[in-house]
Design a protein around this ligand. Structure first.
Ligand code: ZN
Length: 175
């Protein structure tokens, strides 16, 4: 999945090395100044794949997800949200997360894997808040007020949805 914006920076001091990193929801790719358009496209593809692979290696397991939920609950909800289970699911394609307050269970869509941490935290916190308040009324949103990146995370997720509706661009490849 490639939803974040890619920014290409060329440096005349850079001769051979190509590198890339994430900056919030942007991806910065550093390239040498002299590089053809085709080479540039190829390298951007290579670096995006590399970053994605690193990120999926960092991916949290269900146990770490539960630990993360505990931290977020403590930090933003005074520890009041206490889920019994937090796990990834692959059968959830129209929602990022869901919960069943009666069971204290939270499920997160596997499509969040590899997204920036602040986005995952937002979805997790959102579901934690639902354990306390159902629906999306003012009481619910008040619980999320303390989380500083709600709007940014929502924007990121909206961007992902919008991008998935765009026609697919042909892959960059070697001619
Ligand atoms: Zn909700």
């Amino acid at each position: 999945m490639q939803a974040s914006a890619v920014e290409i920076r060329r440096s005349s001091r850079r001769r051979r090395t190509v590198s890339a990193y994430r900056d919030g929801d942007r991806t910065i790719v550093l390239l040498p100044a002299r590089m053809s358009e085709a080479e540039e496209q190829r390298w951007v593809g290579v670096m995006l794949d590399k970053l994605a692979a690193q990120e999926s290696k960092r991916m949290l397991g269900d146990a770490e997800l539960s630990a993360r939920a505990k931290v977020l609950s403590g930090q933003y909800l005074e520890g009041r949200a206490k889920p019994k289970t937090v796990r990834w699911v692959t059968n959830q394609n129209t929602r990022w997360g869901s919960c069943t307050p009666a069971e204290g269970s939270i499920r997160l869509s596997h499509r969040l894997q590899g997204m920036p941490e602040y986005v995952l935290d937002y979805v997790l916190l959102h579901e934690l808040a639902h354990l306390l308040v159902p629906g999306h009324g003012p009481r619910f949103w008040r619980l999320l007020e303390a989380y500083p990146r709600t709007e940014r995370a929502q924007g990121y997720l909206e961007g992902v949805v919008a991008a998935s509706r765009l026609p697919h661009l042909p892959e960059a490849r070697d001619e």
